[in-house]
Design a protein around this ligand. Structure first.
Ligand SMILES: Nc1ncnc2c1ncn2[C@@H]1O[C@H](COP(=O)(O)OP(=O)(O)OP(=O)(O)O)[C@@H](O)[C@H]1O
Length: 235
């Protein structure tokens, strides 16, 4: 397993947000974490990327115990995190934002991935000298993903890929997840867009109040009508 988390307990002050979460992601796998607002999805991603520390539990990544490693070391090991809200720097140009992603790997030239990012997202090449704040929401998400790819991750973690985006863009980005996967990258997606996510994920976890209420294939979750209705608000 590329990523293996066991028994993660994470809290804010007195309040526990994750009550012993175990989760795995294999190489070249798309794993999704679904759940309602406040279920603990963002807390889980922030813990896995070293931004929050767990009070109990263990995380291993690519053969290393990374339970206590800070975020910048995890980036070097190959974990890249696209945060909720994208974290794009509005005043900097598209190319400057991309350069920030490549910085962790010795700059754009050495990382050599810029052509690939422009191939995946031609619109970013067209807008390379424009401030990122002038891009649409979908384009900013593409920029955030492009920037993360330039860190040459083995695991790309994305918090709310689809949030606030038009269905056509969501579809395009989900297709991209598939392309990335076929190149051997693993993707961990945190999502509220249940239908689009179930189309692209290999395995899915349902998070309810900081507990894993379900894990399995998308088909197996679709068959759990009660869980789908109660926690994901679908018919
Ligand atoms: N910085 C914080 N301080 C205190 N409590 C927090 C903090 N961040 C999150 N929480 C609480 O932890 C729980 C899990 O929140 P989290 O943001 O991880 O959920 P989520 O599933 O990502 O929700 P959303 O989809 O709304 O972002 C919630 O009860 C939330 O109120």
């Amino acid at each position: 397993m590329l990523l293996q988390a066991e028994g993660l307990r994470v809290g804010y002050g007195e309040m526990m947000a994750l009550h012993g979460i175990s989760l795995q992601a294999g190489a070249g796998e798309i794993v999704a974490v679904l759940g309602a607002n406040g279920a603990g999805k963002t807390t889980l991603l922030r813990t896995l990327s070293g931004l929050l520390s767990a009070r109990a539990g263990r995380i291993s990544f690519d053969g290393h115990d990374v339970s206590r490693r800070p975020a910048h070391q995890l980036v070097r090991l190959g974990i890249s995190h696209v945060p909720e809200g994208r974290g794009v720097l509005a005043e900097l140009t598209v190319i400057e934002n991309l350069q920030l992603g490549a910085y962790a790997r010795g700059g754009v030239r050495k990382s050599g991935g810029l052509d690939r990012v422009f191939e995946l997202f031609p619109v970013l090449a067209e807008r390379r000298d424009q401030p990122a704040g002038m891009l649409s929401g979908g384009e900013q998400q593409m920029l955030a993903i492009g920037r993360s790819l330039l860190a040459r991750p083995k695991l790309l973690m994305i918090d709310e890929l689809s949030l606030g985006l038009a269905p056509r863009i969501v579809h395009q980005l989900m297709d991209l997840m598939h392309t990335i996967k076929t190149e051997g990258l693993s993707v961990l997606l945190v999502e509220q867009n249940v239908h689009q996510t179930l189309k692209v994920a290999d395995r899915v976890y349902l998070l309810v109040n900081g507990h894993i209420a379900f894990q399995g294939t998308p088909d197996a979750l679709r068959a759990e009508g009660d869980l789908m209705r109660t926690y994901l608000g679908t018919d």
